[in-house]
Design a protein around this ligand. Structure first.
Ligand code: PXL
Length: 284
């Protein structure tokens, strides 16, 4: 039987992010995505206009009915949230459904490039620290890592690359000491390349991809989804990190060859899903 993962995230009509990205990636990896929608949006919030329907009032039914139906999960993955109360919901959800065999990935979605997303506020960001403590692995970008670590993004992002990585490692290890087992820091740009780091108690891994000079919607979600799916499939950290980075690199490369593209629309990942089928991306 296929493994099952609860995916707590929003459903956006455009932007190739959140549930649209996660459902595609998990399914192609042979995992059943069980959607818990935090909000339903016309499109992700980076576009000039969007409408968001907050789904909080319906979330209680998911825990109640799923518990009554005796469902269980091999993995739990949380992403975009619509308000502070949803963090409490996710914490309760994890407490209710996590067993010792459940992999919990929390993507602390809050912002990018030093800015908090339009729909987030400082209370939500503050409370995210409680949620990440529940995770086996978290996947912040540098903005989110700085928020979680109460460090100034502008200062860290301006450091020369070696010092920046040192500071990123210190922040990651302090979160690991605090609680979660692994921290994957995504989208560290230096010159022609973008790096993803994965820090665990006794391991520090890095992957390098070409940087295409655009901040595409949904790449963080695709990265987290792929890492999560591959770890659930039994891949090791190194292999899962490499696969996630390569999948996004290929999809970004295909996007920039398009005649015209809007980074808000996300990347051309659909035709690259095939490479996530076991063994297609070679990890030697
Ligand atoms: O990809 C992160 C994300 C997820 N969901 C929504 C967003 C964003 C980033 O802007 O707006 C609705």
């Amino acid at each position: 039987m296929a493994k099952k993962a609860a995916v707590i995230n929003d459903l956006s009509g455009f932007g190739k992010c959140s549930l649209s990205a996660a459902a595609a990636v998990l399914s192609v990896c042979g995992i059943q995505p069980c959607a818990v929608p935090t909000a339903i949006l016309t499109n992700q919030t980076g576009y000039p206009e969007y409408r968001c329907v907050d789904f909080t009032e319906h979330l209680g039914a998911y825990t109640k009915i799923w518990k009554n139906n005796h469902v269980s999960f091999d993995g739990i993955y949380s992403g975009y949230i619509a308000n502070e109360a949803q963090i409490d919901f996710i914490i309760d959800f994890i407490d209710m459904f996590k067993t010792e065999n459940t992999l919990v990935l929390v993507d602390p979605v809050m912002g990018d490039n030093g800015n908090i997303y339009k729909s987030y506020n400082s209370e939500m960001c503050g409370k995210m620290s409680a949620l990440v403590k529940k995770a086996d692995i978290i996947t912040p970008n540098l903005t989110e890592l700085c928020i979680l670590s109460k460090k100034d993004y502008e200062t860290v992002s301006r450091l020369p690359i070696n010092e920046r990585i040192k500071s990123i490692g210190e922040m990651a290890y302090s979160l690991i000491e605090d609680s979660c087992r692994s921290v994957a820091v995504t989208g560290i740009v230096d010159g022609l390349y973008v790096y993803n780091y994965l820090f665990s108690e006794n391991e520090e891994l890095v992957s390098r991809s070409r940087y295409y000079k655009a901040s595409f919607s949904g790449t963080g979600d695709l990265f987290a989804s792929t890492l999560f799916a591959k770890l659930l499939c039994g891949d090791g950290h190194e292999s899962a990190l490499k696969t996630a980075s390569e999948f996004i690199e290929r999809s970004a490369a295909d996007t920039i060859t398009c005649q015209s593209f809007d980074p808000n629309d996300g990347v051309e990942f659909e035709k690259n899903l095939i490479y996530l089928v076991k063994g297609e991306i070679q990890n030697e």
